[in-house]
Design a protein around this ligand. Structure first.
Ligand code: SF4
Length: 299
């Protein structure tokens, strides 16, 4: 009885994303932004040196953040808030590892278009329904919590035709987490090879992209990229459920890269906040109805 009254009082909690923008509100640490107009002063140099994962560097006199290494610890934003700050948006999954290097547009557009069209051709058959095989290749467990949330009533990925499967023979997407431990290299590779074509690999989280705080070492491959061919990278440590959902939809060509404005549409939590002008590297919002026949990147 209490559950019935609670359900009636709360109403529908399931997100409409990607049909409508959604998110976690203005205080969410979705990604790190670097002010492109600022030079590199002493405070910025100190912040760069204090980054625990080496995610920050100076390229051609501009600060560059590698979102594939940034664990969103906030140290740089604390030391130099005039240059580094967080943005609440979550849709920063990328096609290709290089697109995670951000300093106002570091991506090679020609290469990106070529990768994107190839991925779109491969995944055209997957847009109605996909099955995901998740493999933990040395995760700390945080990504698994977020992945598990995808099936709860708020995200309910089943409404989009996204399902998890225990068998690689039934899987279209390999969702890999963790630093790519040496011991998990063979199981990860075997899982990939057991999947039918077409198949897509998503590296979920900074650990899977680069090894994160652990990095490469005697027991870690520094990410899964040299074990299986990665198509889509989802930054974050861990990536949020919305971030993971964006990565999955990007992989099958149902959304484009970047653009969500970090709003939350859940009852009691809507908090619109315009994206800071001139700071986003990847362009305007783009989201389409699941099932629309659009090519990846055109959505
Ligand atoms: S927030 Fe990211 S870039 Fe900044 S110090 Fe932490 S890991 Fe490094």
């Amino acid at each position: 009885m209490p559950w019935i009254t609670r359900g009636l009082s709360e109403g529908i909690v399931t997100t409409r994303y990607p049909r409508r923008p959604d998110g976690y509100g203005p205080d969410f640490h979705g990604t790190l932004l670097v002010d492109p107009g600022r030079g590199v002063d002493r405070a910025t140099e100190r912040a760069i040196g204090e980054c625990p994962t080496g995610a920050l560097s100076v390229v051609d006199g501009q600060v560059e953040v590698d979102r594939g290494r940034c664990v969103l610890c906030g140290r740089c934003a604390t030391l130099q808030p005039e240059v580094f700050r967080f943005d609440p948006s979550f849709d920063h999954s990328t096609i290709g590892r290089s697109a995670l290097h951000v300093r106002g547009g570091a991506e090679d557009e020609e290469t990106l278009a070529w990768i994107r069209s190839g991925l779109a051709r491969r995944t055209k058959a997957l847009r109605r329904s996909v099955h995901i095989r998740h493999v933990d290749a040395g995760s700390d467990g945080s990504e698994e919590w977020e992945i598990a949330a995808l099936t709860n009533p708020v995200y309910d990925v089943g409404r989009l035709g996204i399902f998890f499967t225990a068998s690689p023979h039934h899987a279209d997407i390999l969702l890999a987490t963790g630093v790519g431990t040496v011991g998990m290299a063979t199981p990860l590779r075997t899982t990939y090879e057991a999947m039918p074509h077409p198949k897509v690999v998503i590296a979920a989280g900074v650990d899977a992209a680069s090894g994160g705080m652990v990095g490469p070492g005697y027991a870690s491959r520094g990410g899964i990229g040299d074990v299986v061919p990665v198509d889509v990278y989802v930054p974050g440590s861990p990536p949020s459920p919305f971030g993971l959902l964006h990565g999955i939809l990007l992989a099958v060509g149902l959304v484009g890269t970047a653009g969500n404005r970090g709003t939350t549409g859940r009852p009691g939590g809507r908090a619109d906040r315009p994206r800071p002008q001139g700071t986003h590297p990847q362009g305007p919002a783009s989201a389409v109805e699941p099932g629309d026949r659009t090519e990846a990147g055109e959505a």
